[in-house]
Write a protein that binds this ligand. Structure first.
Ligand SMILES: Cc1cc2nc3c(=O)[nH]c(=O)nc-3n(C[C@H](O)[C@H](O)[C@H](O)COP(=O)(O)OP(=O)(O)OC[C@H]3O[C@@H](n4cnc5c(N)ncnc54)[C@H](O)[C@@H]3O)c2cc1C
Length: 392
């Protein structure tokens, strides 16, 4: 469709200064198309925002721990062109039943948990004997876990943690959630399997600031979309899609997080992330942020940690994890249909597509969406409502 001639001289607007919005803005600006980026928060970088804790000097991930990992060379080169990435491998520990184990479940976890000294083949056969062979077509998270690891490991590592995380019975959650969790019969405790992993030396906010640093981009913080009065050639919206349409098709629910901050002297837990699987412990994990920047930890006297509590997302809470069960997918499909007939706006990023996506996925989708958008605009076509199908 040709663009509206009346808007051709207006600039573009990007709503949201997270990775998705910043990358789209940069793509437009580099193609000579001026853009205003707004964010209702008082900082850029969205949920990946990092800042120095004033009391301890530790670099803190304000919206929860973010570890960068990708298998995509273009994404890796892109982040490295906007900041220095330092080597970092995510090794998660879990406390359950009064002992500390290594996650994801690996040979060390299995041998320690069952008090054995098995090799890989023996452990594989042992776990196969524990697993529930009668569940041949798992329909829920619980059935999937029981069919993979059996009752004992399921109760110790998944049952209580999942109830705390999602606020519902594991039997109500789809089996697909667990298909993504690895089970290893070797001593590899590297949480992610991707070849490129790291932490930004100066934090994620410095990387996003570099992406936004272009003469064709104006950044306006503490400004919400609903407060804008000027006209734009086209809008790229990275906020919640139901909010854009004033929730006319209903609310899309999220899980939110509450962080309880505390300080300690020196090193509190000896690692970055400790999960708490027992249901009797109300928090899901403790993150000690100095361990995300081990090259800085040496000079720090005090440490800062955050207990993480999962909760339903109220009207004033930050949306974290989308709850994509059957009813929510039906609501989402109504919004997707609505978006398809809304002129002058494209939807991009985790909130506008109502998906959990890691940073590398958000970055790749934004890079490709920016390429496709610039090509469309140069040919006089309107950018698509979505670059990625939220229902796929
Ligand atoms: C708890 C948690 C942990 C995570 N850990 C990791 C990890 O370890 N590794 C990893 O790769 N990924 C992780 N992620 C995923 C990562 O946070 C996302 O990939 C990333 O934030 C996506 O960027 P975005 O720009 O799409 O969205 P966001 O970062 O959410 O940015 C959207 C921005 O839009 C703004 N906005 C929304 N609506 C409006 C409006 N109406 N007006 C103005 N501004 C608005 C918001 O303020 C926000 O700043 C994690 C996510 C969560 C929830």
């Amino acid at each position: 469709m040709p663009l509206d001639a009346a808007n051709l001289n207006a600039r573009f607007c990007v709503v949201g200064a997270g990775f998705s919005g910043a990358i789209m803005a940069r793509g437009l600006a580099e193609a000579g198309m001026p853009v205003l980026v707004i964010d209702e928060r008082d900082h850029a970088a969205g949920n990946c925002h990092t800042e120095r804790d004033a009391a301890t000097g530790v670099m803190v991930h304000r919206y929860g721990p973010h570890i960068f990992h990708t298998g995509n060379r273009r994404v890796w080169d892109y982040v490295n062109s906007h900041g220095r990435m330092r080597p970092y491998v995510n090794r998660v520990k879990a406390t359950t039943g009064g002992a500390v184990y290594s996650l994801p479940i690996n040979l060390h976890t299995i041998n320690q948990f069952f008090g054995r000294t098995m090799g890989p083949a023996e452990a594989r056969a042992f776990i196969a004997a524990q697993a529930r062979a009668d569940i041949t077509d798992p329909q829920s998270f619980e059935e999937q876990a029981l069919s993979m690891v059996g009752e004992k490991l399921y109760r110790a590592f998944f049952h209580g943690y999942t109830r705390k995380q999602w606020g519902c019975e594991p039997a109500e959650l789809p089996a697909s959630i667990l298909k993504r969790l690895p089970l290893r019969f070797n001593y590899d405790d590297n949480y992610f399997a991707h070849p490129y992993q790291g932490m930004p030396q100066d934090g994620y906010s410095a990387i996003v600031a570099s992406i936004l640093d272009h003469p064709g981009i104006e950044l306006r913080l503490a400004c919400s979309f609903e407060d804008l009065e000027e006209g734009f050639r086209h809008i790229f919206y990275t906020g919640p899609i139901d909010r854009y349409f004033r929730h006319e098709q209903g609310h899309l629910p999220y899980r939110s997080l509450r962080f309880e901050r505390f300080e300690a002297q020196g090193d509190f837990q000896g690692t970055a992330v400790m999960n708490y699987c027992d249901e009797a412990v109300p928090h899901t994990r403790i993150a000690e942020h100095r361990h995300f920047a081990p090259w800085e930890a040496e000079g720090l006297e005090r440490t800062v940690c955050f207990r993480e509590y999962s909760q339903a997302c109220g009207r004033n809470d930050t949306p974290y994890y989308p709850v994509r069960l059957l009813a929510e997918r039906r609501t989402l499909s109504r919004y997707v249909e609505r978006a398809g007939s809304e002129a002058g706006v494209s939807f991009l990023g985790r909130l506008a597509t109502y998906r959990y996506i890691d940073m590398d996925v958000a970055i790749l989708e934004a890079l490709e969406a920016a390429d496709a958008t610039v090509a469309a605009l140069r040919e006089g076509r309107a950018p698509a409502a979505f670059h990625t199908d939220p229902l796929a």
